[in-house]
Design a protein around this ligand. Structure first.
Ligand code: UD2
Ligand code: MN
Length: 610
């Protein structure tokens, strides 16, 4: 009986029945010390990993079936998205576990212990809106080359990305998966990865950049080797969800100049929990940082907007599908951009201004690990985002680049390399002005001068003192007062908030600058909203989240309390709380009373000088 069941399972359409047990053994035989260190560990993963796909139902007549993943061996591995079970996976049992966890946080900025224990296959919740089940797609969709660039990615996250694509896409739509090793420093993994791919994953190709190229040039390098009609780019720490690919390919089949972006769900870097994201779209602020925007009413009025493609002014950057010919014709990327940052706004502006279309496709969902910091730098330690932003401002933004310079006066005189190629490209493609883009594609965008609310800092300003500087004989205001800022120095969703000494200038400036919106939201750097999340029973923490525009936990009422105020969150009935003594401990919410830890003040930001 067992045999019969097994054989019939094997026949399930061209589907590969994954049993990853043979997988990592080959590379385990290598002599490399680091690998030997991990032998025990990966053996443990393999033994818990045998999973089988069981056909659930044929709900499309195009030969596509729905599968549930059944894990055969370890009860530990079932429902691996359940937060309690994930928590179990994170339990440290041996010194080796501890070492792996610490190393993971240091090198990857996520919980490597849980990631490794999850293995390559795991079930994730179907995060789509229910309406998506009724969507139908053409049968003859174009084939895709999936391109995954990585620099120092962890083994388990890289292959979970790859395997999720193989697990959850009809095989006929996957021409190939190209993994582009951007000359990772972890050279000891190079051969094992190559061998593993060659032996186990026939559709996957390993390529390596000749030298560290940065993610922008690495993507072009990968694309130049691809042969599918469509290119789909993914970060190397993603997990694609059920039916993720059909809606993307359908949009490109309908029009070759449409670029289709899935909704990015959140994989929590500490717990690996997979969390559905609200439907929002891409925007930017005048510091040229990507920002999540709530959907404007004109989109919400469209019937079934929760399951129909919506146009988006920009994309986040990492995940999108584009026709390969179109990608080449419209100038790929700006090869003068280094390592990280800015390329997502550049390609977004270019798509719209040069006659294409950029859409977010709500029924396509891909999880991405949002880290709190980037665990790598650039080869020369330079700030590549600023240089890249300058290039795109000069090529695409016409007179509107002045708004960017107002926020970054130092950038005005910074070198940004030669952009003449890109200027020529803009002419050749006959692209429209930035004014046209703002008026027609992003009418919701506010010019900085229109802003009603001046930037504020939110904090506790009680301990401001004047200190005479013996050296220069001048009086300085030393702000020993504390300001509310993100726990990390990037704008990451789900980041907690902490109190740190107030900064008026320099890098910290933008991490402490808040804006009040007319909908009672508080936005950090005009990017993410102050939100509340119930993490543990009875204790709610303040977090940064995408602004969803539905009030609730993102709505804050100011309650005056003498010269100070309390920030009341009607959704939880509690007030924002920050203990005054401990810098660095996360802000949470407490019952609104007179305790000093609940009192805050706003202060207008001084004008910015860097
Ligand atoms: C976001 C985008 C990312 C990119 C970036 C801006 C998403 C999910 N991610 O940052 O794709 O658009 O914004 O530039 O929207 N990598 C290399 N070579 C390098 C550095 C990185 O190949 O020199 C790889 C890296 O391993 C990863 C990808 O590029 O797979 C993106 O890097 P990231 O995950 O650090 O960027 P992220 O998600 O913070
Ligand atoms: Mn990423």
């Amino acid at each position: 009986f067992v045999c019969v069941v097994f054989l019939s399972l094997m026949q399930v359409y061209n589907w590969t029945v994954f049993n990853s047990s043979p997988s990592t053994h080959e590379y385990l035989s290598s002599k490399n010390r680091l690998i030997a260190d991990r032998r025990q560990h990966y053996r443990a993963i393999n033994e818990t990993q045998s999973s089988t796909f069981i056909k659930k139902k044929d709900n499309h007549n195009d030969g596509y079936s729905e599968y549930v993943v059944k894990d055969n061996s370890d009860p530990f591995m079932r429902d691996h998205y359940d937060i309690k079970k994930l928590h179990n996976l994170g339990v440290i049992r041996t010194p080796e576990d501890q070492r792996l966890r610490d190393e993971g946080h240091r090198q990857h900025a996520f919980n490597l212990l849980i990631s490794d224990r999850l293995g390559f296959h795991r079930a994730i919740p179907d995060s789509r809106n229910k309406r998506c089940v009724n969507e139908t797609y053409p049968v003859d969709l174009p084939e895709a080359s999936v391109i995954i660039c990585y620099f120092n990615e962890a083994w388990s996250t890289l292959f979970r990305t790859v395997v999720s694509v193989l697990d959850r896409s009809p095989q006929r739509y996957i021409k190939e998966i190209i993994i582009v090793d951007d000359t990772s420093e972890m050279t000891q993994w190079r051969d094992p990865i190559r061998t593993y791919v060659d032996k186990n994953l026939p559709k996957v190709r390993y390529v390596k950049t000749p030298e560290r190229a940065g993610l922008i040039r690495a993507r072009m390098f990968g694309a130049s080797q691809a042969s599918g009609q469509v290119l789909i780019f993914l970060d190397s720490h993603c997990e694609v969800n059920l039916h993720w690919i059909e809606p993307l390919l359908s949009r490109i089949k309908a029009s070759k100049s449409t670029v289709a972006v899935p909704v990015m769900d959140i994989i929590n870097p500490d717990t690996m929990e997979y969390v559905s994201s609200p439907l929002v779209r891409g925007g930017f602020n005048w510091g040229l940082h990507y920002r999540w925007d709530q959907l404007p009413d004109r989109i919400k009025q469209v019937k079934d907007y929760l399951s129909k493609p919506i146009e988006s002014p920009t994309m986040a950057g990492g995940l999108f599908a584009i026709d390969r010919q179109y990608f080449n014709d419209m100038g790929q990327y700006d090869a003068g951009m280094d390592v990280w940052g800015g390329e997502n706004l550049e390609i977004s502006f270019r798509i719209w201004q040069c006659g294409g279309r950029l859409e977010i496709v709500p029924c396509s969902r891909v999880g991405h690990i949002f880290r709190k910091r980037r665990p790598y730098g650039s080869p020369k330690g330079q700030d590549t985002t600023l240089k890249n932003s300058l290039r795109l401002a000069h090529v695409w933004m016409d007179e509107y680049k002045e708004h960017f310079f107002k926020m970054n006066s130092a950038a005005r005189n910074m070198p940004y390399g030669d952009i003449s190629d890109r200027v020529v490209l803009r002419k050749q493609l006959g692209c429209k002005s930035f004014k046209w883009y703002l008026e027609n594609i992003y009418p919701e965008q506010v010019l900085p001068t229109d802003k009603k609310d001046a930037p504020l800092s939110l904090g506790k300003f009680k301990r401001k003192e004047k200190v005479a500087s013996a050296l220069r004989g001048q009086i300085y205001h030393l702000h020993s007062s504390l300001c509310v800022q993100s726990e990390s120095d990037v704008f990451t969703k789900k980041a907690m908030l902490v109190l740190e000494p107030c900064q008026d200038f320099g890098k910290e400036y933008k991490y402490q600058t808040w804006y009040k919106s007319k909908d009672d939201e508080l936005l950090l750097s005009d990017i993410l909203c102050l939100d509340v999340e119930n993490v543990f029973q009875g204790r709610s923490f303040a977090r940064l989240m995408k602004c969803h525009g539905n009030g609730g936990s993102q709505s804050w009422t100011i309650k005056k309390n003498g010269s100070v105020m309390m920030l009341y969150n009607p959704a939880t009935g509690k007030c924002l709380r920050g203990s005054q003594d401990e810098n660095g401990s996360p802000l949470d919410l407490g019952i609104c009373d007179d305790t000093p830890s609940l009192s805050f003040q706003f202060r207008k930001r001084p004008s910015r000088s860097n």
